[in-house]
Ligand binder design. Sequence first.
Ligand SMILES: Cc1cc2nc3c(=O)[nH]c(=O)nc-3n(C[C@H](O)[C@H](O)[C@H](O)COP(=O)(O)OP(=O)(O)OC[C@H]3O[C@@H](n4cnc5c(N)ncnc54)[C@H](O)[C@@H]3O)c2cc1C
Length: 499
Amino acid sequence: MVPSDTTVAVVGGGPVGLICSILLSLQGIDHVIFERQPDTSIHPKAVGHNQRTTEIFRKLGIEDEVLRQAAPSNMSGRTAWYTSLGPDGHEICSRDAWGGGKYEEVFEKASPARYVLLPQIRLEPILKKRALALDPKGIFFGHEVDGLDESSDHVLVRYHQRGKEEVSSPGTLKASYALGADGGRILTKQLTIAMNGPSNIVDMVSAHDADNLIWKLGLALKHPHLNFDPLLDSYDAERRPVGERVARTSLQGMQSHAGSLDKAIGLSPDKDQETNVKAMKQFFDPLNNKEGAAERQEVDRALDGLDIEFYAHAAEVGFFYDLEYTGDYGNGGPVHDPQLNDMSEMNLNVYYPTTRPGSQLPHAWLYDEHSFDQKISTRHLVQLDKLVLLGSSRRWPELEHAFVDTLTIGDGGEYKPCDQAWEDICGGVAESGAIVVRPDGIIAFRFSNDDILNHSGRDIELRAIVNKILRLHGFPLSKSGAVTTMAVPTTMAELPALA
Ligand SMILES: Cc1cc2nc3c(=O)[nH]c(=O)nc-3n(C[C@H](O)[C@H](O)[C@H](O)COP(=O)(O)OP(=O)(O)OC[C@H]3O[C@@H](n4cnc5c(N)ncnc54)[C@H](O)[C@@H]3O)c2cc1C
C-alpha cells in the first residue's frame, strides 16, 4: 500500500526512475516510485551502454549481472551491414565499433569498465530487481500520477492505481521533493517545459542525469539547515548542454547513417528497383567494373564518416561541465581544456584525460595498500555522498573535513599506482598536489601543489573552497519563503555546525 508521505516521490519507473530509486536507497533516503505500466518495458529500446554508464552500474551494485546478460565482448565490437538478415544475405561492409577491434586499447585506458550491449528490455528487470531488493515497500508499478500540487515546503502527488479496465482508486502522497522521470510526459507539461527539435532522437543520457542529481539531493536532505538550492539548480546548468549535444549528434548520426552508405553504393528509394539492383551487383563485383570499385571507395569513406555513431568515445567518457568557478589553486587561472579545439568545439572522438576542474576523474589502476593482488581504479574511489580529495602528499589527510574524505596515493598512502598512468595522466598533481572529486566522478577542484598546507589559515581556505564547490552561498529560505537576514558566509568557518 502506498504510504501517505515520504521524502522523495519519483514519477516514472523507466531506467532513470529506477536508477534514482537505487541511488536514493543506497543513501538511506526514504522514497516512493510510481510507474504507470504494470511492469518494465516490453520494447528493446536502447542497447549500447558506454563505459561511464557501466561504471554507474557498478555503483548501483548490478555490474556483474549486467555483464552476465550482455553480449560477450568478443562478439560486440564490430558493426556490419547486410543485404538481408536471411540466409541469402551478403555482408556489404563492416567496421570496428563500441570499443572493439582497433579501439580496444584506447577504451581500456579510459575506464575500468567496458562498453556493454544489453537491450533495455533486459536491463530494466535488473534495475527493478535491485531497486525492489533495496526498497521492497516503496516501488509501485501499475500506479499512474495524475498531477502534482506544489506548496512552499512540500509537494502533493495525485495518483491512481491502474486496474485491468482502468478502474481508478485515487490517492495522494505528500513528499518533500518530486523527481520527474516520466520520459518527458506529464511533468514536462505541468512545468510548462517546451520540447525543442524532433521528438524521435534516440540516445540515452539518463543514467548520468540521475548520477548528477541524486548526491546533490542527498546532501540537501541530510543537511536541511544549509541551503543546497544553488547546488540543486546546478543540475540543469551542467546537464542541459550535454543533453543538447547528445540530441544534436544523435540526429546527425541518424541522418548520415541513413544517407551516406546508400548514397555511396548508389542506392536510393527514388530510383527504380532495376537501377538499385544493378548498383548493388556492381558493388559486389568490383574487379569486373570500375563503377563497383568506385562505389567501394565511397563506402570506405562513408564508414569513416560514421565515427560520430560508432566511435564517439570522447563524447561518452570525456564529457565535462563548465563549473561556475575556476577551482585551480596554485595554477594561476583556468587552463584551456584539451578536449576543445581553438573554435571551442568539443572533439567527440579522441578523449584527452585531464585534471582540469569540471572534467572526468581520469582512470588509473592502483593497488590497495592491504591487498596488493587486487587492483582498484581511481574511478572506484569516489564516494556516494561526499567529496573525496585524492592527493600524493602524506600531509593531505590533515585537511579531513565533514564533507571531504582524503585518500593518499603513493608512498605511505592507502593506494599505490600500479603503473605510470597515475603520474602520466595526473601530471603535476601526482607530485604533491591533489584533486577534489565529486560523487559523480567530476573533478571539482585541483591543487597543483600542497602549499595550502603551510598556510596558517588553511582550514578556513579549505572551507571556502568546499563552500564554493557545494555552492553554499547563502542560508536556507525560511518556511514562509523569505530569505533570512543573516550575513552570507564566505567561508565554511562561518557556517553553522553540521548536524
Ligand atoms: C523504439 C525506441 C528505440 C530506442 N533506441 C535507443 C537506442 O538504441 N539507444 C539509446 O541510447 N536510446 C534508445 N532509446 C531511448 C531510450 O529508450 C530512452 O532514452 C530511455 O528509455 C529514457 O529513460 P527514462 O527513464 O528517462 O524514460 P522512459 O524509459 O520513457 O521511462 C519513463 C517511464 O515513466 C512512465 N510514466 C510516464 N508518465 C507517467 C505517469 N504519469 N505516472 C507514472 N508513470 C509514468 C512511463 O510508463 C515510463 O515507463 C529508444 C527509445 C525507443 C522508444
